[in-house]
Design a protein around this ligand. Structure first.
Ligand code: HEC
Length: 256
């Protein structure tokens, strides 16, 4: 078999089929690799199901101990019904109380800016031709039910001074107005621009204004001077609120 062009190699035993021998070796190794490693007794790895079962047991046990038991119960640490007190000047105290006159006027000033300013002007003086002045108007500063009816229903001229402005009608402004909004804007208009009735229109009064307005014979239509003088020349019912009483500026509710 040896030929002249093959170098003589004493290590090569030509009776061994190298491919076959390696093939056996490879398959034996693969089989051995698939075998589980034997570990010392007591040091085998823990099966997954045991770990899972332990987890479930711990969950339940923890729940029972934490809820019913005394081990983790916060009831031992805090008195029954304990509520944390408010830190002096802390954020829990809510907005700083203001006097009713200041708080109602501040709320009213915002409503005025969004609802009335465009026509009656930021000084309340109107323009003398299309929009009347609110300064000194008897419908503003006299019995407060008059002003409430104008705001909630709008007014068809002639107005309190016998004149008619612009197209002769003011559109109703009551849409979306809460009693707080109405109380605020009435207080503001009656005590600004040179008006100074010195009183606050309470939220209770504003609520009764909403009722009176809804119960009008011509509900949904603008009021006229005639109707105001005939039916609304009265103060709104409801407890009044002293201008110097301290209230929460956000809710307008009196504070202790
Ligand atoms: C779209 C413009 C417009 C808006 C907005 C408006 N008004 Fe008027 N207002 C008028 C006009 C115009 C008249 C006069 C109507 C007429 O001559 O018939 C009037 C009349 C009045 C009167 C009657 C004055 C009097 O002496 O009889 C009062 C009070 C009044 N407005 C208050 C308000 C308040 C408060 C607001 C906001 C909540 C407001 N108005 C929003 C246009 C407006």
């Amino acid at each position: 078999m040896s030929s002249s062009n093959q170098p003589s190699n004493p290590d090569l035993d030509e009776t061994i089929n190298v491919t076959q021998a390696h093939g056996r070796l490879t398959s034996d190794c693969a089989a051995a690799a698939r075998e589980k490693l034997l570990t010392d007794s007591g040091r085998e790895s823990i099966p997954l199901w045991v770990i899972t079962a332990c987890g479930v047991v711990l969950l339940i046990a923890g729940g029972v101990l934490g809820n019913a038991g005394t081990l983790f119960s916060y009831n031992n640490t805090f008195r029954d019904g304990y509520v944390r007190g408010t830190a002096p000047g802390g954020v829990d105290a809510g907005p700083e109380p203001k006097t009713a006159m200041v708080a109602f006027s501040a709320k009213g000033s915002k409503i005025y800016s969004s609802k009335c300013n465009g026509c009656h002007g930021s000084d309340g003086k109107g323009d003398g031709a299309n929009y009347p002045s609110l300064v000194g108007s008897t419908f503003v500063i006299e019995e407060n039910q008059k002003l409430a009816m104008v705001i909630l229903n709008g007014i068809q001229g002639p107005i309190s001074n016998g004149k008619t402005y612009g197209a002769g009608i003011m559109p109703a402004q009551g849409a979306g107005m809460t009693a707080e909004d109405l109380a605020g804007v009435m207080t503001y208009v009656r005590n600004n621009f040179g008006n100074s009735t010195g009183d606050v229109v309470s939220v209770e009064m504003a609520k009764s204004a909403l009722d009176v307005s809804a119960a009008r014979e011509k509900a949904g239509q603008s009021v006229t001077s005639e109707e105001i003088l005939a039916r609304h020349k009265v103060m709104l019912s409801g407890a009044d609120i002293a201008p110097e009483i301290m209230v929460n500026p956000a809710t307008l509710a009196p504070v202790e």
